[in-house]
Write a protein that binds this ligand. Structure first.
Ligand code: ATP
Ligand code: MG
Length: 209
């Protein structure tokens, strides 16, 4: 089973958007997918209720902080969304449940500041030092015209976290999420550019250890 945590304490960095898309992509690969919402706002639990029943099913998973959570038998992929401000004990508890962490990150001094402490905390975690957990970052809402995502590379180098891909800013992300869907529910023809941007992340996530 793959167990993936999506985390960044910076609010609005794109965690829930990334988690929904990843879960949806796996669901299209015919995997049994659990999407865990550890966010008190339960944004993704609400999104799942909106999801048209004709589309590949994604199962909800209510993860209570502090409680040991074991996904039901048959689960192939468990994706955990997390709330803004995640750190300390709660972060540690969630890290104990996963083998991969994806950090969505936007450019900008406020985002970098909020994320730097988190990446330091991650780097000090035993499971990471022992290589039991792999970490990668994804540039979010990158403006492809100005390529503002360039700034992410020197920032992430300080923490030895790879930037696996960068996703463009597009209203399509917002519009599809609002309909209980993601870009992966749309035709290849409509989403070719975005799927190409996602591919390096999908390769990273599915790479054998
Ligand atoms: N690539 C993108 N292009 C355009 N809008 C995006 C993109 N990614 C995310 N957004 C928008 O950015 C906003 C924040 O995204 P999201 O809710 O996924 O962040 P979050 O990290 O889960 O926030 P929170 O910390 O509040 O849980 C949302 O309105 C979302 O639709
Ligand atoms: Mg969220």
């Amino acid at each position: 089973m793959r167990r993936i945590l999506i985390a960044n304490p910076k609010g609005g960095s794109g965690k829930s958007t990334l988690a929904a898309h990843l879960a949806c992509w796996f669901a299209w690969q015919e995997d049994q997918v659990l999407l865990g919402d550890t966010d008190r706002q339960q944004s993704l639990a609400g999104w799942l209720q909106h999801r048209p029943p004709s589309l590949p099913r994604i199962h909800g998973w209510d993860v209570k902080p502090g409680e040991p959570a074991r996904p039901p038998r048959g689960t192939q992929v468990a994706i955990l969304d997390s709330p803004a401000g995640l750190h300390g004990k709660r972060l540690k508890a969630l890290l104990g449940m996963v083998d991969q962490v994806i950090v969505p990150l936007q450019t900008g001094i406020f985002d970098f500041r909020a994320t730097a402490g988190f990446l330091e905390e991650l780097a000090e975690t035993k499971a990471l030092r022992r290589d039991e957990i792999r970490v990668a970052a994804v540039g979010m809402r990158v403006n492809t015209r100005t390529n503002n995502g360039r700034e992410l590379i020197p920032f992430l180098n300080r923490f030895a976290v790879p930037l696996v891909t960068q996703l463009r800013e597009a209203t399509l992300y917002r519009d599809t999420i609002a309909r209980g869907m993601t870009l992966f529910d749309l035709t290849e023809a409509r989403t070719r550019q975005d799927r190409a941007q996602w591919q390096p992340l999908l390769d990273w996530v599915t790479a054998p250890r």
